[in-house]
Design a protein around this ligand. Structure first.
Ligand code: SF4
Length: 460
């Protein structure tokens, strides 16, 4: 056991699978005094909308909010790259006192005239909620004057958790859906949802579906185009990955247009294959789709299996900690790591709910620590106590791993390597192998040094 303390009020967000009863708290606002790994509401909305490449993204607020989310994600576009510009109204003290509506209007007009986008999203930051700018009216006026949809995103940073930002983004997207023609869309058509084309992943997934004989109407939102989103209500099925971020939109589309949805994951061989089979099973009136799916799965697995076995031999018996945004990704990661012979000793997420954590508890081995909305000290403590050799997380977890002197695999939106699909599984194995077996760990401070430093600081 380490001497790293845990805040008393945080104890109910941490569970060690074993003898204890599963009395677990999650899905609440972050605890004051705990340095949460979670981002703000505004950042949550950016996660969902950022990859729409032919839209203008204008952040209404001080420059710092825009800088915080400027082009840090690896969402690729096959065409326009307007999404990579992070425009801001750059509100100053005078605007805060007298209001920012005039500046917002002028910024929108100038940017739309200059860049000719197909739509514009206006993100409300904390200060907009405080000063009460009527963003909806400004957006409505510019929509009428410029003839493109200008959509407010009510993502004021203080009004909830990152999850509320996802919802705000879905509400904005729902205003675009249903405004395009669906005339030329066939019966076997789907939307790919919750796939953000990190390092080109959406292209890989889209190719699988097209090879199965399906038409992909829109991808929400990787390599996204406004025109496709507008006509996405013509699809027969919404295939939802990363459900925490986009499920609200799938629910709206089910209520409004009667489009059913299924939840999938594209990480790891098991979940990737299940996703393809589940989609094929939905179109059971077309036996050709299932036949092609079986061929795709067989060929893809045959192609990577020998290499996977080689990596598994080298990695068997290693221990991993997983801390990700959505719990669904954690489920896939546990299965993917198991297929490489790696045991998961810590698993947690920023936005999981009670149902998610029940699934996680059932999946995990005895002794695994499960955490919701964790902070760096908790993650460090349990990585040390459980002897993790590897941390799978995002940009905020990377320094934790390196300070502890353990391997790290970036599984978040900032990465530049595709980890989805069958080819992604090999990339994942290769990255983990390179990091875990790197000789560099012999030359960095060990976990014991970290603990000694921590204990010394506690004694002061
Ligand atoms: S918390 Fe508020 S001020 Fe900070 S980045 Fe988010 S929106 Fe901007």
């Amino acid at each position: 056991m380490t001497n790293i303390p845990i805040l008393k009020e945080r104890e109910k967000y941490i569970y060690c699978k074993g003898k204890e009863e599963f009395d677990f708290t999650c899905d609440t606002k972050s605890l004051a005094g705990s340095v949460s790994q979670r981002a703000c509401v505004f950042c949550g909305s950016r996660v969902v909308l950022y990859p729409i490449a032919d839209a203008l993204h204008l952040i209404h607020g001080p420059i710092g909010c825009a800088s915080y989310t400027w082009d840090i994600r690896g969402a690729l576009s096959s065409g326009p790259e307007l999404h990579r510009m992070s425009f801001s109204t750059d509100l100053r003290e005078r605007d805060i006192i007298f209001g920012g509506e005039k500046k917002l209007y002028a910024s929108l007009v100038q940017l739309i005239d200059t860049y000719r986008p197909n739509a514009a999203f206006v993100y409300c930051t904390c200060i907009i909620g405080i000063i009460g700018d009527d963003v909806d009216s400004v957006c409505k006026r510019v929509t009428e004057e410029k003839g493109i949809p200008v959509l407010p995103v009510h993502s004021e940073g203080f009004k909830g958790t990152k999850k509320d930002g996802y919802k705000a983004a879905c509400e904005s997207l729902s205003m675009l859906v249903g405004t395009g023609s669906v005339e030329d869309i066939g019966r076997y058509a789907i939307n790919i949802m919750g796939e953000f084309n990190i390092a080109g992943e959406a292209w890989t997934i889209k190719e699988y579906y097209e090879n199965m004989g399906l038409e992909v109407v829109a991808v929400f939102t990787g390599d996204g185009r406004v025109k496709n989103i507008k006509r996405s209500h013509g699809a027969s099925l919404n295939v939802v990955q990363c459900s925490g971020s986009i499920l609200r939109l799938a629910q709206i589309m089910e209520e409004k247009y009667g489009i059913p949805y299924i939840r999938v994951s594209y990480f790891g061989i098991e979940d990737m294959s299940k996703a393809l089979y589940d989609v094929a099973a939905h179109f059971k009136d077309n036996l050709g789709i299932m036949k092609k799916t079986k061929e795709i799965v067989r060929n893809e697995i045959d192609a990577i299996y020998p290499d996977l076995l080689r990596y598994k031999k080298a990695l068997s018996g290693r221990k991993a900690a997983i801390y990700v945004g959505g719990a669904f990704k954690a489920f896939s990661m546990i299965k993917a790591l198991r297929s490489l012979g790696i045991d998961v000793v810590l698993a947690g997420s920023q936005t999981g709910n009670k149902d998610d954590y029940e699934v996680l508890r059932d999946m995990c081995d005895e002794g695994t620590v499960i955490l919701d909305d964790a902070n760096p000290l908790e993650l460090s403590k349990y990585c040390i106590e459980k002897g993790a050799d590897l941390f799978v997380g995002g940009v905020k977890e990377r320094p934790i791993a390196y300070k502890l002197g353990i391997a790290f695999c970036d599984h978040n939106h900032e990465r530049k390597i595709s980890l989805a699909g069958y080819s992604g599984m090999i990339n994942l194995a290769k990255e983990i192998y390179s990091s875990v077996l790197s000789p560099v760990w012999k030359f960095v401070p060990s976990k014991n040094d970290f603990l000694k430093k921590h204990d010394t600081e506690m004694m002061k």
